[in-house]
Design a protein around this ligand. Sequence first.
Ligand code: CTP
Ligand code: MG
Length: 381
Amino acid sequence: MSGQVTAIIAAAGSGLRFGADVPKALIQLGNRTLIEHAVAAISPAVDQVIVTAPETHLAHFQALLGDAVTVVAGGQTRSESVRAGLAAVNSDTKYVLIHDAARALASTELAKRVLAELEIGEVAVIPGLLQVDTIKIVDQNGYVTSTPNRLDLRNVQTPQGFDFSVLKAAHATNGESTDDAALIEKTGNKVLVITGEEKALKITTPADLATAYNFLGTNREFFTGVGVDSHAFEAGRELWLGCINWPGEVGVAGHSDGDVAAHSICDSLFAATGLGDLGSNFGVDRPEYAGASGTKLLNETYALITEAGFEISNITVQIIGNRPKMAARRKEAITAISAALNGAQVSLLATTTDGLGLTGEGKGISAIASALVFKVSSNDR
Ligand code: CTP
Ligand code: MG
């Protein structure tokens, strides 16, 4: 079947409903991101894999997925993203599977069952599950107009399989729909629903991610850590705090940019994971870290703990000092720290010390961070 089956994985969405600071396909589930799960599961069933990624993250996706996967920029809508993928399909392709990165745990076996129906002559095959809830059709005022028979309804999933030329023709009209089968239905072709999978659920919200963890059948073991850092003010230096720059504020002395929030978080992560501390990982004997930004140190720390198999549950950091006043830029700092940790959940507080100590006397800034991390014990499917 060489060269005949291509999978297009739609992964260009931003994941608004999930609410992370990274595109949804880059969210971590067990030992890999959603898009890596989706690629790993579908690859054994197909000859070519095309991933449509957010335009802003093309290089990131390509580096993550390797050269065997074709990464193309997606569009504004899912249908546009699928069309961008279709444009990159090998011309000798006979069947295409259109899949969502958000359905990261759909199995190889499901993809193979969809393909098996195409091979015996179907032109459009989609997985679906029986509807559990009763569905109502309502009018614009919220009044029920009808109740379809629940037994006639299916919750449909991906991968959806199509004869390539039939799907190309269906998309030629530039139609819009939340799935591809709907465009085929409009052309009058038959769409067959086969039995789907519970674990092919679409990960839309954090609660869905928790459900997906249950399907992974994994145990999570949690560890906590704290980290503290202080730096004295030094005239003539720029201030970096919480991974953002503070124009007009006096900076602090230090080997790096002196971002006490970032440094205390790094140490809390090292403490939780038992991987040493800031000094042993990026200390003065590592000249490449002289002047390193808080963002860079967080990036590197994240890479080290991820490599050791840990994931972040959440981070809290409290900044202690008379200035700068954090309140107005708290959200900005949280977003910057979270982005440096691949979208981790971060909270940031600030306080003063009633005139006492280094920070109370206005001589410098401190921060205390705590991290909760976990390790997934068996996460291979
Ligand atoms: N998708 C895409 N291009 C878009 C929008 C969505 O490739 N312009 C992809 C998503 O990455 C996802 C799949 O289509 O894998 C299903 O979409 P959905 O679950 O709605 O994901 P998002 O659009 O990212 O999420 P949200 O609607 O919450 O923003
Ligand atoms: Mg969407």
